[in-house]
Design a protein around this ligand. Structure first.
Ligand SMILES: Cc1ncc(COP(=O)(O)O)c(C=O)c1O
Length: 962
């Protein structure tokens, strides 16, 4: 036998589900001659790419990892004392390996199907409880994109709450002593919505000013100074001025909380609770406020409710999918947030408990005090009166200190006013203090050990935390590793993720998140980097950004890319702000109308309003395509003020509209720019491109097309690509130069958004190469059309292209089942009994399901999924024909829990077997939903957003036994 010594492993054959054999079978089944033939029937010829993408050829997984180690080693890990909102931290290994590195957690979707998401919902309740108790507020969300965004959300939420004689007040005062990235984000967000932002010294604040509606202060502030703001907040209250406070979680373990001082909103980052700095992200920001404002809170709130058997159960509360429903009236555009990171921070609090957190906070503060003494003894002036972990030191020879500290592998912060900042963290030890002091005085004789014995907490009484926190059992029980491990596992086992079965969420592209792609995320060369570290130490990241930007330019056909936006919706906002700046630069700042098709995702109009746009809706025709006549009429009617069109391509209806080029041309003819929502980019890569269809800017949800896992609702990344005329306006950062030469202010707090997860998309592109990426798109379209064909005769597919083909997803119509009393929700819940997560429900058309299989699913998995849907269709027929009861049937009672199936009494008109094992394959590996159908309305009426009282847990245990 001849041996093939040139054999090379190919990653694309692991990423793409079907092998060649299956591809051929599927092509035959859908009656297409070849993949190319299928694509010709699906994508209009006029927009197909004429040449292959100019991307590197594919690397094997092994080759990639060894090359990437070399790139990673170009990042130099220094001890970071830069602070400024980012601190080194220790991710407890039990959390690192079993959550951050565990696909059971990171491949889950946003917990809309709450019955199969109880694990992460409980973890998020722990997060909210941690935030509520440390900030001293009544209610908290889970979670926001970063601290700067959370501050901006506070500013806009408070604007929405103005009333009485403040109804038209537009002034928002910001203490100039807040983090520079927060200031920049506040500027970005204030301008388009008409907020008059005043940034000044707190001493200049005039609370009696009638036009002032709110203020933002930071505690501890940018200098590290800790000031009791109780009096200021009390007089703000007297003057009907709202107060928002940015804060630091670890300091609040020891400090009086902003809630106790009377704050209306408290925001910050939970990064230092166990989440690596990652060169800026991802980390979960938090937002806590008063119960009265619960309906205005941006982002998601997790709340408790009850299930069909009366057991406690969690689900997303109140404003669930609020931007989808309220669209331009939504309170924010937050969709993908930072769930995985919120889960980690909540678990960090569970792992350490209140006592452990106190010890960490006390050590950090104690070492800071010790350092202050050492620095003083070295003859330097430390200017902060009260501080938690940050010293501000007056230095004449800044360059000398910088050189010496870097020689010793340390980074300080340089304020640019003759001061340096030194922020300590959980990783600092007494030996580090000796090292730092020796930078200031190489011959120091500072007797650190004897000084260490005399360190005590001596803040004025008013600054000290007096209230207890985290007394709930969950924070006081799992402190041995075994207990913690089992708690994490217990929660993980309640959640259905990609480790169980396909999650065919239309518009969300739940594809493979390959292990090789995920591995570098937790390498210290990426995780331990501070976003403001000197550029000489971040060469690995820079190389990664340069390559990734170039590759994304090639894929989109655009001229430049900004990697800053942290989600698709932030990408939308960034793109619209760039368009706004472009019009302004041409003396056309009056252009403020954005056309949006009625089928658009809810974040589109929500982002447009945030960017100061007036939204005009364009109709869709019966085939689900944009009504070109209506578009032309509306573009013409608004021609003097037309700013942009936002269009998703292929459309949210799962169709490549033939008229897309004409649509883009109409917008250009009337002076507008075309924003393409890139959520469906998985149907384009290598076959067509945003530039090719005529768009000017698009975002790419890297957590969809480019393999960043959904993390149970984030993290994500939404970089934008732009045509040359928009390049000068790409967003900047106040500390690290990014963006164009007429850059808009920051969109995210960190210069490159959630930089550490860009490694995932980089790995994906590098291992797929140009051919693999194109093949993935072809297979995604094949898989969708295979499902469509399989479901023919059982379900109606709502829209197809002119040759009867779907794009990479399709909508199945479930509205006719209403006649038999079956709602689309019932089908979603029944799918759980078959071991599947529902497709997207009721978007973009109410009463339907949107199925997107992605390229990563094999034919066998697609068959199992179709079998389940077909069997459910039979169950619906039984109801339609009267064989099954209209109210008491397998669909209405779904999902069936193990407790229900094994209960002594069984009073259902169908068998236990039919309920739990409706098809043979389900027996192979049954996934049991941990709770029955959840009553959402009950939860909203009885809002409960922190850990349930202990008695509730006891009741819970009894209920399960019934
Ligand atoms: C069509 C479309 N546009 C925009 C978004 C918003 O993206 P993100 O959740 O990343 O903010 C989504 C998310 O699901 C989407 O499907």
């Amino acid at each position: 036998m001849k041996l093939d010594i040139n054999y090379r492993e190919r990653f694309d054959t692991r990423h793409n589900g079907p092998d060649e054999n299956q591809v051929n079978q599927m092509l035959e089944f859908i009656k297409a001659d070849s993949l190319e033939d299928l694509i010709d029937q699906t994508i209009p010829k006029a927009i197909q790419l004429e040449k292959t993408m100019d991307l590197p050829s594919a690397k094997s997984e092994y080759q990639f990892l060894s090359d990437f180690k070399v790139l990673a080693s170009k990042n130099k890990i220094f001890k970071s004392y830069i602070g400024t909102g980012y601190y080194d931290t220790i991710t407890p290994p039990v959390i690192l390996r079993n959550i951050l590195e565990n696909p059971g957690w990171y491949t889950a979707y946003t917990p809309y199907q709450a019955e199969i998401a109880q694990g992460r919902l409980e973890a998020l309740i722990n997060f909210q409880t941690t935030i509520i108790e440390l900030t001293g507020m009544e209610i908290a969300n889970a979670s926001l994109l970063d601290e700067g965004t959370a501050a901006a959300e506070a500013m806009t939420m408070l604007m929405g709450l103005r009333k009485g004689n403040k109804k038209n007040s537009s002034k928002f005062f910001v203490d100039k002593n807040v983090f520079p990235q927060t200031l920049d984000l506040l500027k970005t967000r204030a301008i388009p919505v008409g907020i008059d932002l005043v940034i000044d010294d707190l001493s200049k604040l005039d609370l009696t000013d009638e036009s002032l509606y709110g203020i933002y202060i930071q505690y501890p502030n940018n200098d590290g100074e800790v000031i009791d703001h109780s009096d200021l907040i009390a007089s703000a209250k007297e003057n009907d001025v709202f107060v928002s406070v940015g804060t630091d979680l670890l300091s609040l373990v020891l400090l009086k909380s902003p809630g106790k001082m009377g704050a209306d909103v408290v925001v910050g980052s939970s990064q230092r609770f166990g989440v690596p700095m990652g060169f800026g992200g991802p980390h979960a920001a938090f937002f806590a406020t008063k119960e009265d404002y619960k309906r205005q809170i941006p982002g998601r709130i997790i709340g408790a409710s009850i299930d069909a058997q009366g057991n406690n159960a969690y689900r997303m509360a109140l404003q669930t999918r609020e931007q989808h429903i309220r669209r331009e009236k939504a309170t924010s555009n937050i969709c993908t947030a930072q769930v995985l990171l919120a889960v980690i921070s909540g678990m960090y609090a569970v792992y350490h408990g209140p006592e452990g957190l106190k010890k960490i906070a006390q050590r950090t503060h104690g070492l800071t005090k010790l350092l202050a003494k050492g620095i003083k003894e070295a003859g330097f002036e430390q200017v902060n009166t009260h501080y938690f972990d940050t010293l501000k030191v007056k230095v004449s020879d800044i360059d000398g200190i910088k050189a010496k500290s870097e020689e010793k592998g340390m980074n300080f912060r340089y304020f640019g006013d003759g001061h340096i900042g030194i922020s300590l963290d959980e990783t600092t030890r007494i030996e580090d203090i000796v090292e730092i002091v020796s930078v200031f005085d190489p011959k120091t004789t500072f007797d650190i050990q004897s000084e260490a014995d005399n360190i005590s907490l001596d803040w004025p009484k008013g600054l000290l935390r007096e209230s207890k926190f985290l007394e709930h059992q969950v924070f006081n029980k799992f402190h041995s590793e075994h207990e913690m491990l089992r708690y994490i596992k217990r929660l993980e086992n309640k959640d259905l993720s990609l480790v169980h079965s396909m999650i065919s969420l239309g518009s969300c592209t739940m594809k493979l998140n390959a292990t090789t792609e995920m591995m570098p995320v937790t390498w210290p060369e990426f995780g331990k980097m501070h976003p403001f570290a000197p550029s000489s130490q971040t060469k690995g990241y820079q190389e990664l950004f340069t390559d990734l930007e170039a590759w994304l330019c090639e894929i989109t056909g655009f001229d430049a890319v900004s990697l800053q936006p942290n989600s698709g919706a932030q990408g939308e906002y960034a793109g619209l702000m760039v368009i706004r700046a472009y019009h302004e630069s041409r003396g056309e700042s009056h252009r403020n109308v954005t056309l949006i098709p009625s089928s658009a995702h809810g974040t589109n109009p929500a982002s447009a309003v945030m960017a100061g746009m007036k939204v005009v809706i364009v109709k869709c025709d019966e085939q689900g395509n944009i009504d070109v006549d209506d578009l032309r009429a509306k573009a013409e009617a608004n021609k003097d003020n037309l700013s942009a069109l936002m269009v998703t391509y292929p459309s949210t209806h799962g169709v490549f509209e033939e008229s897309i080029k004409e649509i883009c041309q109409i917008i250009h003819d009337f002076g507008g720019q075309v924003y393409m929502d890139g959520a469906n980019m998985n149907a384009q890569v290598g076959l067509t491109s945003p530039a090719n269809i005529g768009a000017d800017v698009c975002h790419l949800n890297l957590h969809k097309t480019f393999c960043i896992p959904h993390g149970g609702g984030g993290p994500g990344m939404g970089p934008i690509g732009v045509a040359s005329q928009l390049k000068p306006f790409l967003p900047s950062n106040p500390v690290v130069k990014t963006g164009g030469d007429q850059a808009i202010t920051a969109i995210s707090a960190a210069p490159y958004g959630s930089a550490s997860i860009l490694t995932i998309s980089y790995a994906y592109i590098a291992m797929m190469g140009r051919n693999g990426l194109t093949k993935a798109t072809q297979i995604a379209i094949l898989n969708a059309n295979y499902i469509k064909e399989k479901l023919t005769g059982h379900y109606d597919v709502l829209y197809t292209g002119k040759n009867g083909r779907a794009a990479h997803e399709m909508i199945i119509d479930c509205r006719e089942f209403k006649k038999a009393g079956v709602e689309v929700e019932d089908i979603a819940k029944r799918l759980m009994d078959y071991g599947f997560h529902a497709p997207t429900v009721s978007f973009p058309v109410a009463g339907t399901m949107m199925i997107e299989p992605t390229e990563s699913e094999t034919m066998e998995e697609l068959d199992r999924f179709c079998e389940a849907l077909i069997e459910i269709r039979k169950e619906i027929s039984e109801i339609e024909s009267g064989v099954a009861d209209k109210e008491n049937n397998v669909l209405k009672n779904a999902p069936h829990t193990a407790a229900v199936i094994t209960a002594t009494e069984w009073d259902k008109p169908y068998s236990r077997e039919k309920a739990a094992y409706p098809l043979a394959y389900v027996r192979e590996s049954k996934f049991w939903p941990s709770v029955g159908r959840i009553d959402s309305a009950y939860g909203d009426r009885n809002l409960m957003c922190s850990c349930l009282p202990l008695e509730e847990y006891n009741e819970d245990a009894q209920a399960i036994e019934v």
